[in-house]
Ligand binder design. Structure first.
Ligand SMILES: Nc1ncnc2c1ncn2[C@@H]1O[C@H](COP(=O)(O)OP(=O)(O)O)[C@@H](O)[C@H]1O
Ligand SMILES: [Mg+2]
Length: 495
């Protein structure tokens, strides 16, 4: 309980102090100091100053007041006061860490579990931001596993096909050993995961179902979402669709193409071209995917968009977001978590390339909580994600970030980011996250727990790595490249 690690000496400020190290301490270690006035005070080692590790600087985090809030001490600490290693109960109590809920991992370097509240994730959104390869998808996989255990419906926008591996249990030996230490069993979620493809089963053989958009009776405004129209083109389209409606109760894109082709306007050819391209993607159907089938209790529906043209991906995300939002408003579907990977592509910050999905994502970010529609936003370019969306996320998980623009964007967008944290996130090791959540008194570093299910990012890295491809013998390389080309959905729009 009372493990002595040093004695206060030298500079003692309101927020920091130095101490002579006599025991075992490391950077970021939690410590405690006794104060006559405030009781036990929680601190954290900022740095070991001296080359011989004999002097350390620590920050004062505060003491717990009667109402349970962490408060700054009322007086400065005296010299010669003893510094102890903080024990588990004291740390959990001071930081507000509770047992039970969504198990994210353990307090960095300590065997103290860190849980998030399920309600907070769903009602107040969550973001995972960090550079490529720092563990975003892995961490999101951990959250998904935990939400699946609690039967929360999940709808996962998966641009790279990384999430289908949730079906299989983790096969990585090192990670399985770590899991065993934590007393967690590896597990696959095949019975709960359904993979949808907007392409077809020959392009995506792993898919369970087709993802289709309603192609019957497309209105002018729905078509306007799909491609930009000039006023003249809009006029032609209105006229054509009205003419069709006068004769037919149900019409398809085929009917529209025919009618537009017959029109006398000179504005028609570009429209015919766009309409044909949309038809060619095969995404339109008379038996569209129902939102009630995508969003079900105990199910994670993965929309695997691997190989789909970026514009088509944005269109899909737009349609899904719209239907999910409407579905929740009208209570057609249960409360859910919408997971959006590569969010910068679907709700880009102003000044970057536009996306049709931007507005609806912003709406979900600001209003989704009213309807039990939570969002998990993931991106490797924090600076490029709509800051309105980021700022609506109350739980923030930040892994390693090194890009100066991204760090600046994080500091501007997130209140809790201090200059020390900016330095910290540049150097955190793989799998360590800076976590800020409303239920925790202050941001903490977390060792994200190993995955129970297989992590798909590994396979993706393999497939897309140009380096690996370059090392293949010519014939095999050609085969891989051919397969990759084939898996590109027919290119849509704007060329
Ligand atoms: N918490 C973790 N524990 C163990 N390995 C991890 C952890 N987080 C990430 N990794 C490893 O790092 C690699 C990259 O992680 P990934 O989530 O795919 O990165 P990102 O999505 O940020 O590009 C993974 O393949 C995995 O092996
Ligand atoms: Mg990833």
């Amino acid at each position: 309980m009372y493990k002595l690690v040093g004695t206060i000496s030298g500079e003692v400020g309101l927020h920091e102090f130095d101490f002579v190290v006599t025991g075992d301490v490391r950077r970021n270690e939690y410590i405690k100091i006794w104060s006559e006035l405030d009781g036990w005070i929680l601190g954290r080692v900022l740095s070991i100053v001296d080359a011989d590790k004999k002097v350390a600087t620590a920050e004062i985090l505060g003491y717990k007041d009667d109402r349970g809030f962490l408060k700054q001490p009322k007086s400065t600490l005296a010299r010669d006061v003893k510094v102890f290693k903080a024990d588990q109960t004291f740390i959990m109590d001071s930081l507000g860490l509770k047992s039970g809920g969504i198990h994210l991992g353990t307090l960095e370097g300590r065997n103290i579990p860190v849980y998030l509240r399920k309600e907070e994730l769903i009602q107040k959104h969550c973001s995972i931001l960090a550079k490529t390869g720092s563990g975003k998808s892995y961490t999101s996989g951990v959250l998904i596993e935990e939400l699946l255990e609690k039967n929360v419906p999940l709808l996962i926008i998966d641009p790279h096909g990384e999430y289908l591996s949730l079906k299989y249990e983790n096969r990585n030996d090192d990670e399985r050993k770590q899991l065993e230490k934590l007393d967690i069993a590896p597990k696959g979620y095949a019975s709960k995961v359904v993979i949808y493809t907007p392409a077809n089963f020959s392009i995506n053989p792993e898919a369970d179902k087709l993802f289709r958009i309603d192609g019957i009776n497309l209105s002018v405004s729905e078509l306007y979402d799909l491609f930009p129209l000039s006023d003249a083109q809009l006029g032609v389209l209105y006229q054509c669709i009205n003419d069709i409606k006068a004769k037919k109760e149900f019409y398809t894109i085929e009917d529209i193409i025919k009618k537009v082709t017959e029109s006398k306007s000179s504005a028609k050819w570009r429209m015919v071209h766009f309409l044909e391209r949309i038809r060619e993607t095969g995404i339109l159907s008379d038996s569209p995917t129902r939102i009630e089938d995508l969003v079900k209790v105990g199910q994670a529906a993965i929309v695997d968009m691997k190989g789909a043209d970026p514009k088509l991906q944005q269109l899909i995300v737009y349609r899904i977001c719209k239907e999910v939002f409407e579905g929740r408003k009208m209570d057609k579907i249960p409360p859910l978590m919408l997971v959006v990977e590569e969010a910068h592509n679907f709700c880009p910050e102003r000044g970057f390339e536009k996306a049709v999905s931007s507005n609806i994502m912003r709406t979900i970010a600001s209003e989704g909580r009213k309807f039990g529609l939570g969002m998990l936003v993931i991106s490797q370019r924090p600076a490029r994600v709509d800051k309105n969306v980021i700022s609506q996320c109350n739980t923030q998980i930040i892994l390693r970030v090194t890009n100066a623009n991204d760090i600046r964007a994080l500091s501007r967008g997130l209140e809790f980011m201090s200059s020390e944290m900016e330095e910290e996130i540049k150097r955190v090791p793989l799998g360590v996250a800076l976590l800020s959540s409303p239920s925790i008194e202050m941001p903490i570093l977390v060792d994200v727990r190993p995955r129970r299910s297989e992590h798909g990012g590994r396979a993706v890295e393999m497939v897309t790595s140009e380096k690996i491809k370059a090392e293949l013998p010519g014939e095999e390389r050609n085969a891989v490249e051919k397969a990759e080309k084939k898996s590109m959905l027919s290119r849509l729009l704007f060329e």
